[in-house]
Design a protein around this ligand. Structure first.
Ligand SMILES: C[S@@+](CC[C@H](N)C(=O)[O-])C[C@H]1O[C@@H](n2cnc3c(N)ncnc32)[C@H](O)[C@@H]1O
Length: 357
């Protein structure tokens, strides 16, 4: 179309352009061809090569199939083993759980055992402590008893030193009941007894069963003589000592707690009695040892078998009653007509008992 519209130049240009276009078209075609040839070559080569690998491919496919089969088998085996593993796992879990339970039980038992052991230990300790405390208390008691025992022994030793064994025995012996109760002689009768006995300053007077000590106190006060009062009753001894102190005759009068039936009367000048007829008789063996000239005076009661030197009767102003006083002088004289006297004595004894009651 450009050739038709331009001159020669135009025609030439257009030819050139045409050539150029034609060249360009040719080159394009050549390029295309080149590409096509290359493509074909590649395809051919590929086809060739593909034909060469088909055997291998078959082989590979077979291997792949075998591998797939093996894989499937392995998968089955795996599934199976997985199942077994799961079973084993659950069994293992159960065993583990059981073991844990057992461990828990062991733990509990161990705890209980430890507690029991601790309790037993504590109980044992407590028992030991108790025993030790008891032992300590007993030892303390033993010590106390030993101390008391020592104190008692010391006291006994002291007593033995103070009184000597013989004297202690004597005190015990004298602690028996009196043979007759205490009934005081009225004071005017006391004075009559001493008057009848003719007491002198140099005499030693014994009152056997002295009661409150009135006879020995009166003898010392009135005659200035020495006198000893004996009584078995500690209360009477106490009262006599108070009487001696009250009348300030301690320098002349002694009071002793003695049983009158144990006394030695060999040094006595005057014996005064207010006992019972039978006790007077019982004293005869001792009275027989009196020095000659010694006197015995007895308030109200005679002495069976021994003749009195004198018997007087007086009425006391104190009780306005009649009282008798008997006098004997050593050596004692036996009385005649014992039988009759014996009957009289029995009567007198009964009267005396009634009197003292
Ligand atoms: C009836 S009272 C006489 C008291 C005092 N002689 C008087 O005349 O007043 C008798 C006393 O003798 C005492 N006696 C009794 N049996 C005795 C004995 N075996 N030895 C010493 N005294 C005894 C009694 O304790 C009581 O004090």
């Amino acid at each position: 179309m450009a050739i038709e519209s331009g001159g020669v130049a135009g025609q030439e240009l257009s030819a050139e352009r045409t050539v150029h276009v034609m060249k360009k078209e040719r080159n394009t075609k050549m390029t295309r061809l080149g590409f096509t040839l290359t493509f074909l070559t590649v395809v051919c080569c590929s086809l060739f090569l593909g034909g060469c690998d088909r055997g291998k491919e078959q082989e590979a496919l077979a291997e792949a199939a075998a591998a797939r089969a093996a894989l499937a088998k392995a998968q089955v085996a795996f599934a199976k083993s997985e199942k077994e593993r799961n079973i084993l796992q659950s069994e293992l879990d159960a065993v583990i759980e059981e073991r844990d339970n057992l461990q828990e039980q062991v733990k509990e038992l161990t705890k209980e055992r430890d507690e029991a052991v601790n309790k037993a230990k504590a109980a044992q300790t407590a028992t030991e402590e108790d025993l030790m405390n008891q032992l300590a208390a007993q030892l303390e008691k033993v010590s106390e008893l030993q101390a008391q025992n020592k104190e008692l022994q010391d006291a006994i030793d002291q007593l033995l030193i103070d009184f000597k064994v013989g004297e202690v025995t004597e005190v015990v012996k004298q602690s028996r009941e009196p043979d007759v109760i205490f009934v005081p002689t009225p004071q005017d009768v006391v004075e009559k007894m001493l008057e009848l006995a003719k007491v002198k300053k140099d005499d030693l007077v014994y009152d056997l069963g002295c009661g409150d000590g009135r006879i020995v106190v009166t003898a010392a006060k009135k005659y200035g003589c020495k006198a000893v009062g004996f009584d078995i009753d500690p209360q009477r001894v106490k009262e006599s000592l108070e009487n001696v102190e009250k009348n300030k005759v301690g320098h002349l009068v002694k009071i002793e707690q003695e049983d009158i039936f144990t006394l030695d009367l060999s040094k006595v000048n005057v014996v005064t009695l207010y006992l019972l007829p039978s006790l007077n008789v019982k004293l005869i063996p001792q009275l027989k040892k009196l020095k000659p000239g010694s006197r015995i005076v007895s308030h109200d009661f005679a002495m069976k078998g021994v003749k009195p030197d004198k018997v007087i009767t007086l009425t006391s102003k104190e009780d306005e009653s009649e009282h008798e006083v008997y006098l004997w002088t050593a050596p004692l004289k036996e009385e005649a007509g014992e039988d009759t006297e014996a009957e009289e004595e029995t009567e007198t004894e009964e009267e005396a008992s009634t009197f003292f009651e």
